[in-house]
Design a protein around this ligand. Sequence first.
Ligand SMILES: [Zn+2]
Length: 217
Amino acid sequence: MYDYYGIYASCRDAAWRCQIDFNICSLPVKVHAIAKRAGIRIVKNKDVSELRAGEFGVSINDGYQWTIIYDDRMSLPESRLVVAHELGHIFLGHEYRYPISRFAFTNRKHSFEREADMFAVRLLAPAFVLHELKIIDADGIAALCGIPMSVALERSRRMSVLESRSRYYSSPLEKRLHERFLPWITAVAGREMRSELDENSEPEPEVTAIIDSEHPY
Ligand SMILES: [Zn+2]
């Protein structure tokens, strides 16, 4: 069996460690790729009908392999969040809730659930990246990180606190990740600056109009 179960003891550092271990250096974080590299299967509920009423995702261990099953009727940002949350349960080594090895993503918020939520949001929306890109509004965070708006709103509120404290990079993990993300951060920041310049420069309406009328679609 793959022994990724419980590899991260500290919830505080878990998302950073996960990003380091699975070579994350850009957003949106590819949760499916992390699962694949960790030997965890991801399955749509429509293929297995495993979810109980009120569940959005579960992690099941058959003694050999972990399988995450998610409600595929959700939006992409929602399903990304659920998969990240389930990865949190597995990587943090939470005790199983049911006799068969099974975690469930439901509306009930126990401490394990809160920890898995914290892991998920920190994995998908790392604060130092938002800080470096100066993207701290909910719309921007949702778009950049591929997370639901409700979660982006919470993250945005949290970012305001973190920005006022301005204590980034006190952890060596975060420092290391910053180095890894730097090429991507620089590229994104450069792209944003260019598009700002484009917005401010005069458009060329005549040429555009000719092209549009020749290709009406
Ligand atoms: Zn859960």
